[in-house]
Design a protein around this ligand. Structure first.
Ligand SMILES: *[C@@H]1O[C@H](CO)[C@@H](O)[C@H](O)[C@H]1NC(C)=O
Ligand SMILES: *[C@@H]1O[C@H](CO)[C@@H](O)[C@H](O)[C@H]1NC(C)=O
Ligand SMILES: *[C@@H]1O[C@H](CO)[C@@H](O)[C@H](O)[C@H]1NC(C)=O
Ligand SMILES: *[C@@H]1O[C@H](CO)[C@@H](O)[C@H](O)[C@H]1NC(C)=O
Ligand SMILES: *[C@@H]1O[C@H](CO)[C@@H](O)[C@H](O)[C@H]1NC(C)=O
Ligand SMILES: *[C@@H]1O[C@H](CO)[C@@H](O)[C@H](O)[C@H]1NC(C)=O
Ligand SMILES: *[C@@H]1O[C@H](CO)[C@@H](O)[C@H](O)[C@H]1NC(C)=O
Ligand SMILES: *[C@@H]1O[C@H](CO)[C@@H](O)[C@H](O)[C@H]1NC(C)=O
Ligand SMILES: *[C@@H]1O[C@H](CO)[C@@H](O)[C@H](O)[C@H]1NC(C)=O
Length: 477
C-alpha cells in the first residue's frame, strides 16, 4: 500500500473544546510584505503577535516564539516554560503567529481557495516575517540612552516551531542571539533518517508504557477492521459501534478511518505527558497507559470484541471529558491548521514516512512520485523535487550554526528525526529520556520527571551565558 498520508507534526483531530486561557497578552498586528522575495507587488498583510511585557525591564532580552502551524494562542497557552523563566531574565515575551494560520491570513477567507493565494505560504516567507517583526520589536523597545546595542533575542519553538527557531538562527544569524529548538525534527527529510522511525517509536512507546498485549491488539486490529468493513452492513455497524456521526460508505472512508486511528495513536505518544493536559485535546496524564488499560486483555474471543475494546479505548482521546456527542473523520480543529500544513508538506516540507512489519501499523511505502501526484490532486501544486528542504536548510552539517539547543523527548516519535548528539560547543542536543513532544517547553509541573527538570536547567543556564557574553561586548555569534 502506498502512503499518501500527510502527517501533521501534531495531530489535528480535535473534538471541539476550548483551551482554558491561562496566560494573558496584548494582541498586536504588524504589516509585513506578502512576498519578501520579489519586487512585483507591494501588498502587505497583518501578522498577528502576542506581547506580554509584565516582566520586561529596560535592556532585558526578547523571548520570541516562532509560531508554527496553528492559532498562536494555542502555542502561547502551552509553552509555560517561557513564562516560568521570563521574570529571572526580565524578558519581553512575544508569540508570533505563522502566516496563513489563525488570524494571519494574507487574503482573508480567500487565502486557501487557490494556489495563487496559497503560494505565499512557505518557511522562507515565514522566517522573513519573523526577521521583520524582530527588527520592529528591537526598534520599539530600544533603550534610548544606548542606541547602538540591540536587545538580544532568544527564539523558542516546539515541533515545526522548533525547526523554525533553529532555521531562524541558521538562515538569519543576526536576527537572533540563540535558539531553543524543542522536539524539532529538522532531519526528517530525504535519506536523513529511516522513513519508518516515526511508527517504530510509537510502537516502542505503546510496548513500554502499555504492554505487549496492547501492541498486539492494535497490530491485529487493521486486518479485522478491513474485513469487518468490507460490506455495507459492516461499515455501518462499525460507525455505530464507535459512535461516529455518519456512516462509513466507501472504501475511501475506511482508508480515512485508518488514517484517523493512526494519527490518534501518534498523538497519544506525542502528548504522553505525566499530568492531564489540554494541548491537542483534553487528556488524562499518561494517556498511552490509560488507553492500553482498556485493551490489555490477552486475547479477544472474537473480532467484534477486539473492535469494541478499541472503540472504548479511543474514548480516552476522543471523549475524555464525556462531552463529544459523536466522532467525525473531519477535522473539527479551529486551532491547528491541517490544510496549511498539508500544503507545506506538499511544497517545501517533504518528509518521507513509511511503516513496516517492525511496527504495529498497516504497512505503507514512501514513493515520491505518487506523493507528488497526491499533492497535485489536492492543491494543484507539486514539490519541485524531494531535495528541496535539504537545499534550503542544509543537510546534517551544522558547522556554520551557533547557539542552538536541540531538545528531544525520547517518547516523542519525532525524536527519530531530531539532532540527538552534541554537534559543537554551542550547538548542543539534550536527550530527555522521559520526555514527550516538547515536554520541557511546558510549564513546570510537580509530576515532571527529572530528565525534563534537568533539561530546563541546562537551557536556562545556556541562555544566561549567551546573554552575558553578548552584553559583555563579545557580540553575537
Ligand atoms: C503577563 O503574564 C503574567 C503571568 O501570567 C500576568 O500576570 C500578566 O498579567 C501578563 N501581562 C499582560 C500584559 O497580559
Ligand atoms: C510600490 O510602491 C511604490 C511607492 O509607493 C511605487 O512607486 C511602486 O510603483 C509600487 N510598486 C508596485 C509593484 O506596486
Ligand atoms: C538603558 O541602558 C543603560 C546602559 O546600558 C542602562 O544603564 C539603563 O538603565 C537603561 N535604561 C534606561 C531607561 O535608560
Ligand atoms: C469571505 O467573507 C466575506 C465577508 O466576510 C463574504 O462575503 C464572502 O462570501 C466570503 N468568501 C468566501 C469564499 O468564503
Ligand atoms: C537614540 O535615538 C533616539 C531616537 O532616534 C534619540 O532621540 C536619542 O537621542 C538617541 N540617543 C542617543 C544616546 O544617541
Ligand atoms: C457483512 O459484514 C458483516 C460484518 O463483518 C458480516 O457479519 C456479514 O455477514 C456480512 N454480510 C454479507 C452479506 O456479506
Ligand atoms: C462520550 O461520553 C458520553 C458520556 O459517557 C457518551 O454519552 C457519549 O456517547 C460519548 N461520545 C462518544 C463519541 O463516544
Ligand atoms: C504485526 O502483524 C504483522 C502480521 O500482520 C506482523 O508481520 C508484524 O511483525 C506485527 N508487528 C508487530 C510489531 O508485532
Ligand atoms: C551535550 O552537552 C550538554 C552540556 O554541555 C550535556 O548536558 C548533554 O548531555 C550533552 N548531550 C549529549 C547528547 O551528549
Amino acid at each position: 500500500m502506498i502512503n499518501c498520508i500527510v502527517l501533521p507534526l501534531v495531530s489535528y483531530y480535535f473534538p471541539s473544546f476550548l483551551t482554558h486561557a491561562e496566560y494573558t497578552f496584548e494582541t498586536r498586528y504588524i504589516d509585513v510584505p506578502l512576498d519578501h522575495f520579489s519586487f512585483i507587488t507591494n501588498q502587505t498583510f497583518a501578522l498577528k503577535y502576542l506581547v506580554n511585557d509584565s516582566f520586561f525591564v529596560d535592556n532585558g532580552p526578547i523571548f520570541f516564539y516562532t509560531g508554527n502551524e496553528g492559532d498562536i494562542n494555542m502555542f502561547a497557552q502551552n509553552s509555560g516554560f517561557i513564562f516560568d523563566i521570563a521574570p529571572d531574565f526580565k524578558a519581553l515575551i512575544v508569540f508570533a503567529e505563522h502566516r496563513y494560520y489563525g488570524e494571519s491570513l494574507p487574503f482573508g477567507n480567500l487565502s486557501y481557495t487557490s494556489p495563487e493565494y496559497l503560494g505565499y505560504l512557505s518557511t522562507m516567507q515565514a522566517l522573513a516575517d519573523y526577521v521583520y517583526l524582530i527588527n520592529n520589536l528591537q526598534n520599539t523597545y530600544q533603550n534610548s540612552s544606548d542606541n547602538l546595542t540591540q536587545l538580544p533575542v532568544i527564539a523558542f519553538g516546539g515541533s515545526y516551531g522548533g525547526m523554525l527557531a533553529a532555521w531562524q538562527k541558521m538562515k538569519y544569524p543576526n536576527s537572533i542571539l540563540g535558539a531553543i529548538a524543542s522536539s524539532a525534527p529538522i532531519w526528517a527529510f530525504k535519506n536523513q533518517n529511516p522513513c519508518d522511525s516515526f511508527y517504530k517509536i510509537i510502537t516502542e512507546d505503546f510496548k513500554t508504557l502499555g504492554g505487549q498485549n496492547c501492541v498486539n491488539a492494535i497490530n491485529a486490529s487493521w486486518v479485522v477492521l478491513r474485513e469487518f468493513t468490507n460490506n455495507e452492513t459492516g461499515k455501518s455497524e462499525l460507525a455505530d459501534m464507535w459512535n461516529f456521526c455518519d456512516d462509513f460508505e466507501t472504501d475511501d472512508d475506511i482508508d480515512n478511518l485508518i488514517e484517523w486511528l493512526t494519527e490518534i495513536y501518534a498523538a497519544l505518544a506525542e502528548t504522553n505527558y505525566p499530568y492531564p493536559t489540554d494541548f491537542l485535546v483534553p487528556l488524562p496524564g499518561n494517556p498511552v497507559k490509560e488507553f492500553c488499560s482498556k485493551i490489555d486483555a490477552n486475547e479477544y474471543a472474537n473480532d467484534i470484541e477486539l473492535l469494541h475494546a478499541i472503540g472504548e479505548a479511543l474514548q480516552i482521546y476522543t471523549n475524555y471529558t464525556g462531552t463529544t456527542e459523536c466522532n467525525s473523520l473531519e477535522s473539527t480543529s479551529e486551532q491547528l491548521g491541517e490544510e496549511g500544513w498539508n500544503f507545506q508538506a506538499c511544497t517545501e516540507m517533504i518528509m518521507p514516512m513509511c511503516s513496516k512489519d517492525t511496527d504495529m501499523f498497516e504497512n505503507t511505502e514512501w514513493e515520491f512520485d505518487v506523493y507528488s501526484d497526491f499533492c497535485y490532486k489536492t492543491f494543484g501544486v507539486r514539490p519541485w523535487n524531494e531535495d528541496v528542504p535539504i537545499l534550503l536548510y542544509g543537510d546534517k552539517d551544522l558547522s556554520s550554526a551557533h547557539n542552538i539547543i536541540f531538545t528531544n523527548g525520547l517518547l516523542d516519535p519525532w525524536s527519530g528525526y531530531g539532532v540527538l548528539t552534541n554537534y559543537s560547543s554551542d550547538v548542543i542536543a539534550l536527550i530527555i529520556e522521559e520526555g514527550a513532544h516538547h515536554s520541557e517547553l511546558r510549564a513546570a509541573h510537580e509530576n515532571d520527571p527529572m530528565s525534563v527538570i534537568g533539561a530546563r536547567a541546562i537551557i536556562k543556564d545556556r541562555i544566561y551565558n549567551w546573554i552575558n557574553e553578548y552584553n559583555s561586548g563579545a557580540g553575537r555569534k
